[in-house]
Design a protein around this ligand. Structure first.
Ligand code: NI
Ligand code: MN
Length: 225
């Protein structure tokens, strides 16, 4: 499993030559101006919720690649009405393909499209390949529901928001990593906009003081799991 950070909450995850894109918000992110969405390889687009900073580039990328958009019922219906390929889930449901599965799990947040359309209830994903499991929390507060995840899978890494204001901040992300029983945390949803700017060195130190690893990928940087 190869994970590439594409800025904000966007990641490309490669599993056996299949490319899964998470929450594409690239052309609206000044920090990600070196990422060219016209050359991204994409087979599936997984969307945690409908906010603009998670779906901005969905339509352009899906039209070019014919990728299958996997998300909650309302988001899938929204893009299905635009003649894009979709697979609708709801919480507790799992999308299965030959190379990976993606279970839609709870998040505490809101979800509406920029045009005001209801975007269903927000979620996160537990993505499993043959030998790796990761949890992408999406935009969320820390929640006791996270304790359910390690009851069924052993996580190799978790992707957590740490920017505070709209999601959990660093202290709650440390708590979340306890709940999901995984000390390898890849950070997202920080520093893109002024309300979520944080001191990343301080964040790293806070994690290290609890014997946890906070991985702060550069935009475009790859991590192999
Ligand atoms: Ni959001
Ligand atoms: Mn967001």
């Amino acid at each position: 499993m190869n994970i590439t950070f594409l800025g904000h909450s966007c990641f490309s995850i490669e599993i056996n030559g299949i490319y899964i894109l998470i929450d594409p918000f690239i052309t609206g992110n000044a920090l990600a101006s070196h990422i060219d969405i016209s050359t991204l390889k994409v087979d599936y687009i997984l969307l945690t919720h409908a906010h603009q900073d998670h779906v901005l580039d969905v339509e352009v990328i899906a039209e070019r690649t014919n990728a299958i958009i996997v998300s909650n019922y309302e988001i899938a219906t929204y893009y299905g009405a635009k003649d894009l390929n979709v697979f609708a889930l709801n919480h507790g449901g799992t999308f299965k393909s030959d190379n990976f599965s993606a279970k839609y799990v709870n998040a505490i947040h809101t979800s509406s499209f920029a045009d005001g359309t209801y975007g269903g209830e927000p979620g996160g994903f537990v993505i499993s390949s043959k030998n790796r499991n990761i949890y992408i929390a999406g935009d969320t507060a820390v929640t006791m529901d996270m304790k359910l995840i390690p009851l069924s899978v052993k996580l190799d890494a978790v992707i957590l928001p740490i920017g505070d204001t709209f999601t959990m901040g660093v202290e709650d992300a440390i708590l979340a990593s306890n709940l999901v029983e995984c000390n390898k945390v890849i950070a997202c949803h920080f520093n893109t906009f002024p309300p979520i700017e944080i001191d990343v060195n301080e964040a790293k130190n806070q994690f290290a003081s609890k014997e946890k690893e906070l991985i702060l990928l550069q935009i475009g940087e790859n991590l192999s799991l």
